[in-house]
Design a protein around this ligand. Structure first.
Ligand code: ATP
Length: 582
């Protein structure tokens, strides 16, 4: 199957990760996608796999077997891609989603596992979570192969593998190419993958810097360096030897370089070489032979402006985006500078007001105000949606439950009767719950770890007088609060993993009861292992809750904080008064 990206751009919030990407990869090609960290490789691979939709532009597949394109992807971190209770179930999930009849599944699973070097008899019953890092990666590759993809996308497939496993993975990649599968591999590992590739694509700051045959790219050191990449070692050494007249041709792989070297008589070490000078120089990659020793020893790209810019947000090229970005950053900074005690008190007063409300007008006004506050703190819209999405289904259920009326319903849907009054009251309660959650969200989104903990400790000080160990509590509460975004991030990753193995589902369809039950176990395992790691870290640092800790952050009250607190108290009082009169 061939794939074509046409003027593809992708934005994370308002920052462009990809800009105007045009790309064509023909059927049966092994394409290597390289670029420095943050250049947009993973984002592009996700779009090519159909897991995300471009913000603009389009991606087309052609020459497949018809119907939905059969694309499989293996992510950079395999542990985020596993979710089932056993290796067999992990493999079966994708086959089931692709509609493969049960009778055919076992054979496909066996064959894919064995191709990935995991014998079925040994691994089928084991938990994917208890495999080693390399075995997890092989399992993900096996699961991707089981569905017999026409396009296979691998993101950093050799990362974290020992040399032998990396070698067998490369052999497998070559076999797959020989079978006519189109392969796209995202990697930094140019030395091993570039010689195998037919096509190379270099990403630089979210754009395609080069797309063409792989062999000339390996020899074009200037082009690679201008994208912040170091040319493969075989090419750098070959280049030096060629300049010195020792090799006739530029080697296209480490194998060719060794073969070229084998035909050379070994020179006797010269006196100059023995004292340092010449030998040291000749051992340096890309040394005096033409590319400049100083340049070689500088951090990659220090020699060219392009790489320095790599670390800037891609949108920096566009002045409008920069301005929006800096306005947002300054709003976020203003909220972060505010003393956390003001936010803590704001959350306390806000919660009291919300709890005292029993009619819609003040509740709606409060919702409006909270939305305004979240907007003024420049919390990205996508992050807010991601945070609230899991709560919405739960609250919808609670709302329907409180609207149920079996005795004198105002209307019925099927066997269930509902009362309008119950709906109104339930709606109000749900709204108030959401407001309480939103206040907590605003507090944690605008306060970093250390100030958050100190503010919590300050809030718990009265309890200290009763002899309670508030330091331990505040640590526990702040860790718990920071767990929430972490858990939501993990949920997103697991959802993406499910999507990568089956029919793409969008919106509420992603949260079917089956999907939720599939996510519970891996999520629990991830949470427990994170708790375990945290406990080990705390223990290894000799943390003793009985001893006073030196605060990592000192709270300082400024006049702007007094003003902000006065605004908080005034607003809370007005809302309370409004709820009394309405
Ligand atoms: N979820 C996200 N939210 C916001 N920005 C993101 C997100 N994911 C990636 N980015 C940003 O998008 C840009 C491209 O990221 P991407 O992960 O595609 O790069 P990459 O080339 O794959 O990097 P690496 O080799 O380190 O994996 C980076 O600047 C990154 O910070």
């Amino acid at each position: 199957m061939s794939i074509r990206a046409e003027r593809v751009s992708y934005l994370y919030d308002s920052t462009a990760a990809l800009q105007d990407v045009n790309l064509e990869i023909s059927r049966g090609t092994l394409a290597v996608l390289c670029g420095v960290t943050g250049s947009g490789k993973s984002t592009l691979l996700r779009l090519l796999a159909g897991l995300d939709t471009p913000s603009s532009g389009r991606i087309e597949y052609a020459g497949g077997s018809g119907g939905t394109p059969k694309v499989s992807i293996v992510f950079q971190q395999p542990e985020t891609q596993l979710f089932a209770g056993s290796v067999h179930k992990e493999m079966e999930y994708g086959l089931e989603q692709h509609g493969v009849p049960k009778a055919q599944r076992l054979e496909l699973i066996r064959s894919a596992l064995s191709r990935a070097g995991l014998p079925y008899e040994t691994f089928a019953g084991r938990s994917p979570f208890l495999l080693s890092g390399g075995e997890k990666r092989r399992l993900c590759i096996a699961a991707a192969l089981a569905v017999q993809p026409e396009l296979l996308i691998l993101d950093e497939p050799t990362a974290g593998l020992d040399p032998q496993s990396a070698h067998s993975l490369l052999k497998l990649v070559q076999q797959l190419r020989a079978e006519g599968i189109t392969l796209i591999i995202g990697t930094h590992e140019l030395d091993t993958l570039l010689p195998l590739a037919d096509q190379a694509v270099v990403m630089h700051r979210g754009t395609v810097h080069y797309s063409g045959p792989a062999a000339p790219l390996a020899a074009d050191h200037q082009l690679l360096r201008s994208a912040g990449l170091e040319p493969p070692a075989y090419s750098r050494i070959g280049d030096r030897l060629r300049r010195q007249g020792l090799l006739a041709e530029q080697p296209a792989s480490i194998g060719e370089l060794l073969a070229g070297l084998a035909s050379l008589p070994l020179p006797a070490p010269s006196a100059a070489g023995a004292t340092g000078g010449g030998t040291a120089e000749s051992l340096m990659p890309g040394g005096a032979g033409g590319e400049g020793t100083a340049e070689t020893h500088m951090p990659i790209g220090a020699a060219d402006e392009g790489t320095v810019q790599t670390h800037m947000p891609i949108g920096a090229a566009d002045e409008g985006t920069v301005q929006t970005h800096s306005r947002k950053a300054s709003r976020q900074k203003r909220w972060q500078k505010l003393d956390p005690r003001v936010k803590w008190l704001g959350m306390l007063f806000g919660s009291l007001v919300v709890l005292s409300m029993d009619s819609y007008p003040p509740a709606l006004l409060t919702s409006f105000l909270i939305c305004g506050l979240i907007g003024s703190a420049a919390v990205p819209w996508s992050r807010t949606v991601r945070f609230f999405r899991p709560f919405l289904l739960m609250f919808l259920f609670l709302w329907l439950l409180s609207a149920l009326d079996w005795t004198s319903p105002d209307f019925s849907i099927g066997p269930a009767g509902f009362s309008v009054e119950g709906m109104a009251q339930g709606g109000l309660n749900v709204l108030r719950f959401l407001q309480l959650i939103a206040l907590g969200f605003l507090f944690t989104e605008t306060t970093t770890g250390a100030p958050l903990r100190e503010a919590l400790e300050w809030g718990l000080t009265p309890l200290k007088k009763l002899g309670l160990r508030t330091r331990g509590w505040s640590l526990a509460v702040s860790v718990t609060l920071q767990f929430v975004p972490w858990i939501l991030g993990k949920l997103d990753q697991l959802q993406l993993a499910l999507k990568s193995r089956g029919k793409p589902r969008q919106g509420l369809a992603r949260w079917t009861p089956r999907q939720i039950t599939m996510l519970i176990v891996p999520l629990l395992i991830l949470v427990i292992s994170m708790g375990d790691e945290l406990a080990t870290a705390v223990e290894s640092r000799g943390y003793d809750p009985k001893k006073a800790r030196t605060p990592a952050y000192t709270l300082t009250w400024k006049s702007a904080d007094t003003l902000a607190l006065a605004c908080v108290i005034l607003t809370a009082a007005l809302l309370w008064w409004f709820s009394l009169i309405s």
